[in-house]
Design a protein around this ligand. Structure first.
Ligand code: ACO
Length: 363
């Protein structure tokens, strides 16, 4: 029995590889630094979809189809009622995405890929009492999402930061949500069902739900001098420090540096609070020292979520929406893995070890 399935290989994939010992992420033959800030999200999604759909067009046509799909899914905004608006954004987006008919074809996949970008900004605006803004298929995915959120044409640094983020989180081996998506795909349930499973698994704070609470941590710490005392008190309560530790990485998560660089590049003209980056760096340093002292045998380093929090805050997303922005990128990976599982895998059906009572033997 392997609690948490550590070291179990449950799929063969051509999509991405995570080398946890050396901090290297490879997506479809490209290292992270060859795609983050270098390729658009549309291009990376197209790369991931390559070989998985017979009718996948060239990258440019695919990007245009994705733009049209944003407009198509925007039609679902009319189903966002008060009940849905009362949910956290991740749950609200998931509830609306559940209206997308299940299927295995490229059109379904493109619709699902477009959905978080087309729906999340509308959800957030409606929650703030503002009218939702329709997508413009001619814009890039990141630029359009920011326009739908803020109602302004975003500058190139800001668009570049969101694009870098979406690319950075697009795929990452057999993480918990991707595994969930593959399990569902293995029953031939369909792509919508797989993506919904991915959304459900991503939401938890041990996976994609960490960045919102990181803002609460930074706000709670407030000044660099406070970092040590705040962190010691949190650990003394038995809390985990959000944004630190990883099942696979035993060194620094390479995505953290890609995102930190993106935050630096867009600092001017964004919503980045004065002193925020300095505070984050002080918290990171204090956390690494304290975690090392508390758990000398465990290599606990910074993970993707820490600088995700800063980046998404600077882009104007509220903290409770961070995980849904994560999902906007990761949907590309879920869809590709679900297709790969459907095409090359078998029903995933492990076994459990029964430790409950045995039936009473009749006297
Ligand atoms: N803060 C404090 N203690 C920690 C942390 C942390 N961030 N991470 C691990 N530990 C401790 C655990 O309490 C546990 O201690 P114990 O053995 O005394 O019970 C021990 O280290 C377990 O460590 P691992 O086996 O390495 O942890 P695991 O692989 O199960 O968990 C995880 C990895 C879930 C990411 C964990 O490090 C964590 O909870 N981090 C905080 C949440 C977070 O940042 N999540 C985002 C992850 S990135 C992503 O999924 C996109």
């Amino acid at each position: 029995m392997s609690q948490g399935l550590d070291d179990i290989i449950a799929a063969e994939t051509r999509l991405s590889s995570v080398d946890g010992a050396h901090g290297i992420l490879v997506v479809k033959g490209f290292s992270l630094d060859q795609i983050a800030g270098q390729k658009s999200f549309e291009d990376v999604a197209w790369l991931l979809f390559g070989g998985l759909f017979d009718d996948l067009p060239d990258a440019r046509t695919f990007a245009a189809q994705l733009g049209h799909a944003r407009s198509e899914v925007f039609d679902l905004v009319r189903y966002i009622d008060d009940g849905i608006l009362a949910l956290p954004p991740m749950d609200g987006v998931r509830a609306i995405m559940a209206r997308i008919a299940d299927g295995e074809d490229l059109a379904t996949a493109t619709r699902l890929l477009a959905a978080p970008a087309g729906l999340l900004p509308a959800f957030l605006r409606l929650r703030d009492g503002q009218p939702p803004l329709a997508p413009d298929p001619r814009r890039g995915h990141a630029a359009d999402m920011l326009h739908m959120l803020n109602g302004q044409v975003a500058g190139p640094e800001t668009v570049g930061a969101l694009d870098t983020y979406l690319v950075t989180v697009a795929d990452h081996g057999l993480n918990a949500s991707t595994f969930a998506a593959r399990v569902v795909a293995s029953t031939w349930s369909g792509l919508t069902s797989s993506v919904l499973a991915g959304l459900a698994a991503l939401k938890g704070p041990l996976h994609g739900g960490a960045p919102g609470p990181i803002i609460a941590m930074l706000d709670g710490i407030a000044t660099p001098d406070n970092a040590e005392a705040w962190i010691e008190a949190a650990l003394a309560r038995g809390d985990r420090l959000m944004g630190f530790g990883h099942r696979i990485y035993k060194v620094r998560d390479p995505r953290a540096d890609a995102l930190k660089a993106a935050v630096r590049r867009m600092a001017k003209g964004s919503n980045l609070l004065p002193g925020r980056l300095k505070l984050a760096e002080a918290v990171e340093q204090a956390a690494l020292e304290i975690l090392h002292r508390h758990k000398p045998d465990r290599p606990l380093d910074v993970n993707v979520e820490f600088y995700t929090a800063l980046l998404l805050e600077a882009l104007g997303f509220p903290p409770d929406a961070f995980t849904a922005v994560f999902a906007t990128g990761r949907t590309a990976g879920w869809l590709a893995h679900a297709r790969e599982q459907r095409l090359t895998g078998r029903l995933i059906r492990p076994q459990s070890s029964y430790v409950g009572p045995e039936p009473a033997v009749a006297a």
